[in-house]
Design a protein around this ligand. Sequence first.
Ligand code: PBG
Length: 330
Amino acid sequence: MIITGKYPNLRLRRNRKTDWSRRLVQENNLSANDLILPIFIIEGKNKKESIKSMPDVYRYSVDKIPMILDKAVKYKIPMVALFPYTNKKLKNELGSEALNENNLVCRAIRLIKKKYKNKIGIMCDVALDPYTSHGHDGLLKEGKILNDETIEILIRQSLLQAQMGCDVIAPSDMMDGRIGKIRKYLDKYKFQDVQILSYAAKYASSFYGPFREAVGSNKSLKSDKKTYQMDFNNSLEALREVSLDIKEGADIVMVKPGMPYLDVIKSIKENFKIPVFAYQVSGEYSLIKNAIDRKLIKEDSVIETLVGFKRAGASAVVTYFADQIARYLK
Ligand code: PBG
């Protein structure tokens, strides 16, 4: 790094003196193009239900999805991510509701594709936790999460979502080897153009708390997910995860949670030069949102956090603020 000049010839405040000048030298710029909006879906008709731990975030019944999708399309948000709140009676040990072509996610994909065509992308989580009675992302046997057996189901879940019209398959389960297997089967069944966004560096985190309430897996989950999600003490391990997923065919990788892991985003970007997305997760959302609601910080703190992701090297951010911020930017 070369510093060309010195005070008093050089005064860095000169470029900051006016708004127009600051705009000219601005290095990053947040737009709606950077945002991915998660949507929670619930059974029933004509429902828009609030989520206690996430103020201003709602669960929509499938017929009400246009309420939020119309806004997302209008604000030019490029993609939505679908998450189901599955009825308890549909959950079991194997998470078989994941493979039901009339489950909430499948119905939502069909509706969105029919109504909005390619105006907006759809991304779907591949993992079993919304569907298992124990709340884990994979199959549980004698206290252990089975890796290879889980992948067999994840392949079928991915194929089903692709068949329904999902554009971006996003495995968030952290099983070893799933990206390669899913890519192989997508290709075999002629879904070569379906993208894979791998949650490559997903940490076992306390910040997922509100999400688990939002999808109703909080009560079922008894233990933690530390045997498959990453240890937050590690960052080099994230590079190993990412390099494997790239070799296996990931188009984009995700770092999750977001704000405590900006270093991870930056080092992945620098090492691999591929698109990296960040997930500003539910706990981060609730933290900031509650502080805004209590007037401890101002609303533009949200922009500050989102630009932080971009400075670190993220191409896009999954955030529950997406619709609120896209509207604000407009
Ligand atoms: C499940 C999944 C989780 C999130 C997205 N997909 C939770 C978990 O792993 O327990 C969390 C998202 C959030 O907190 O906003 N595979």
